[in-house]
Design a protein around this ligand. Sequence first.
Ligand SMILES: Cc1cc2nc3c(=O)[nH]c(=O)nc-3n(C[C@H](O)[C@H](O)[C@H](O)COP(=O)(O)OP(=O)(O)OC[C@H]3O[C@@H](n4cnc5c(N)ncnc54)[C@H](O)[C@@H]3O)c2cc1C
Ligand SMILES: NC(=O)c1ccc[n+]([C@@H]2O[C@H](COP(=O)([O-])OP(=O)(O)OC[C@H]3O[C@@H](n4cnc5c(N)ncnc54)[C@H](OP(=O)(O)O)[C@@H]3O)[C@@H](O)[C@H]2O)c1
Ligand SMILES: Cc1cc2nc3c(=O)[nH]c(=O)nc-3n(C[C@H](O)[C@H](O)[C@H](O)COP(=O)(O)O)c2cc1C
Length: 670
Amino acid sequence: KAKLTNGKTVDTIPGSEQSVPGATESCENSLDDESFDDFPGGPLTVLYGSQTGTSEAFSNQIQEQGHEHGFKVRLIDLEDIETDDHVRDIIYSPEYLDPKTNRVKVVFIVSTYGEGEPTDNALNFFNILKSKLGIATDGPCGMDGVADSSFFEKMDYMVFGLGNKQYEHFNLVGKFFDSALEQLSAKRIVELGIGDDDDDLEGDYESWKSDVLWPTLKAKFVDNDSGTEKCIAEATRASKPNLQYSLKYVPVGNTSSSTNETDLDLIQNSSKFYFNSANCPITVSRELRSSADGGSTLHMEIDVSKVENRYHTADNLAILPVNSSKVVESVATALGFDLDAAFVLDAPLSDSDKKFQLPFPSPCTVADYLGKYCDLVSPPRRSEIKILSNYTTDPVERSNLEFMASKEGKEEYDSQIISSYNGIAKIVSELATSINMSLEEFVSMCPRLQPRYYTISSSSSMYPNSVHVTASITAGKQTDGSDYKGVCTGHLSSLAVGDICRVFVRNSSFRLPSDTSKPVIMIGPGTGIAPMRALLQERSYQKLVEKESIGRNVLYYGCKARHLDYLYESELDAFQKDGILDELHVAFSREQEEKVYVQHLLENNGCDTWNLIDKNGASVFVCGGTRMGHDVVKCLSKIASEFGGLGEDDAKSYFDKLHKEGRFVQELWS
Ligand SMILES: Cc1cc2nc3c(=O)[nH]c(=O)nc-3n(C[C@H](O)[C@H](O)[C@H](O)COP(=O)(O)OP(=O)(O)OC[C@H]3O[C@@H](n4cnc5c(N)ncnc54)[C@H](O)[C@@H]3O)c2cc1C
Ligand SMILES: NC(=O)c1ccc[n+]([C@@H]2O[C@H](COP(=O)([O-])OP(=O)(O)OC[C@H]3O[C@@H](n4cnc5c(N)ncnc54)[C@H](OP(=O)(O)O)[C@@H]3O)[C@@H](O)[C@H]2O)c1
Ligand SMILES: Cc1cc2nc3c(=O)[nH]c(=O)nc-3n(C[C@H](O)[C@H](O)[C@H](O)COP(=O)(O)O)c2cc1C
């Protein structure tokens, strides 16, 4: 047994101390003949890199369908692959080497996050790839470097990348994995598959799965398709999915679910945040917009003195939302769950080999479970609708759900689920009221409620024990005319001073230049002001407390009108008076007929902007909506062309280089 750095132990491969990973020639421990009958395609490994759960859910589908197609599939969270040894011991574990070829076949399902960066759980594996390519492992994703290794020579692989075309570095991580593995001598089974979350990500994935993944794997690894007939017959017999967990009801009163005391080894990587976050009190909550605006942006201060990880200025604060009691009650009523009952999760029912990993803390009450751990409001994927259809007792509702889950029913799914923003709560309580499922079944099918990130708007030097958040409250009208609020911002707006919220800190890329005399250009309309306020506080601290000489600070801010939503106006005035903020350019978009946006003001100052960046080494920070970020990049490229004489490609390379140096940072969300 090898001890992994995370404390887990795995079987090692005899002789794997050598430099070639997984290079055992012995197939003694591979699938034996009997199991090969069951799985004519042999073993298949799926590795996923996921931030908000989509890649993980997609990977689960491959595992569920594996038997039907004749493959014995195991799923691995990329977080488990931290070192070269893990590549050897986990990816090349003997029972997952194909006995016919003595090679491992791997499907990578990986999302791109941040600015063309890997998801948190894929970061270590990403760095392994980079180091094997001879690329320095610091800084953002690089595509350059020379293939000089045979590190993955015993691997056959295919990659599906998840991304969103609204981001500049579309699917960069999927592309990087695909090219890096080839350069490291792995054999590509099929061309890279790509999904676009700006359009129909699930459709892209389903088409890839049914038209590319399974047909290619079967053609290559199953001798004749008749071998899979038995598997298909077995797999289609069960209409309801296997239960992943069993649960036991426990006496109420014993549910102070000790989230921090659970053995980390027993926790699912993808829901670690439920266990690792801290309860923190709100100390300030005030409205930043005027009442005439009609919308709401809250300035909140949260006491983080109990949080273990200290934050850096302009890091991200992840907040764990809580569903409204109305939504929780609607689900409990529809499915007949007793909100006051308490339960504890027990070992999984289906696969006795599978390590039991907790998806959320228990014991807990049903009310806590539905409130804190279930995504009840956002539209479920088609695959989840398909699962729900198995639990309807009304044939009409069943066929309606089945149709929406099918390829042909995409339009119906778009109109009934996506456009009307109907989540699981609405489905079970209004669209398919005959759904009848036990709590155990619900726990196995319901997607987990994800944390929401907020760019911290305070300086950690000035406020070491308090994190400030600038939250624009998501609100609007549903298609039926009723009002809605976003899950997290709705929760935040319901909290009063003294109330508790659960949070954890995540690094961001906003870092002021280590040479404090360098200038900084900040572009942050709307809530994009958040990190800029933090950076200005930090610059103020450097100048007034640490007595450093600080470079020029230039801010581009945008809002609708001065009297409506000019966030932090008095603080920005004070920064100017104190000589911290040298230039403040505000784009009031609705004070005149034609829209004026930050990029228009930036373009007007093109010559100065170029000089600050190119001659004086300014850092450029951008934060806010993805469309704005896109427009700002276009504007900067135009400035580089007009004042620096760079063509489009050269301008792109110029800003890519700044990005790699941490001098051009964008944090965008839609
Ligand atoms: C790195 C990062 C930093 C961020 N920083 C900030 C920040 O500093 N400040 C900030 O305000 N935000 C920030 N965000 C955005 C923030 O994380 C959340 O996405 C945002 O607050 C919305 O979350 P929510 O749970 O309130 O909305 P959700 O419930 O997740 O809703 C998301 C979207 O779905 C739609 N929607 C929701 N419910 C309905 C409905 N019933 N009917 C129709 N449509 C609906 C709306 O378009 C809504 O915008 C950041 C995001 C990231 C990734
Ligand atoms: N649905 C919601 O309730 C909700 C809530 C919070 C955040 N969000 C999303 O989060 C992002 C930021 O929201 P926010 O509240 O911080 O900002 P915001 O108030 O929506 O916008 C701030 C300023 O940016 C302007 N703007 C709009 N499009 C722009 C562009 N392409 N380039 C430059 N400026 C642009 C706006 O002008 P105009 O508005 O006059 O065009 C406004 O003056 C947006 O993507 C928004 O959709 C949505
Ligand atoms: C904050 C944020 C940053 C993102 N950055 C990128 C990006 O740089 N390039 C890209 O193609 N997609 C980007 N995406 C889109 C995600 O890759 C896409 O939504 C994906 O489906 C998420 O998968 P996951 O749930 O497995 O994390 C980003 C999404 C978010 C929320």
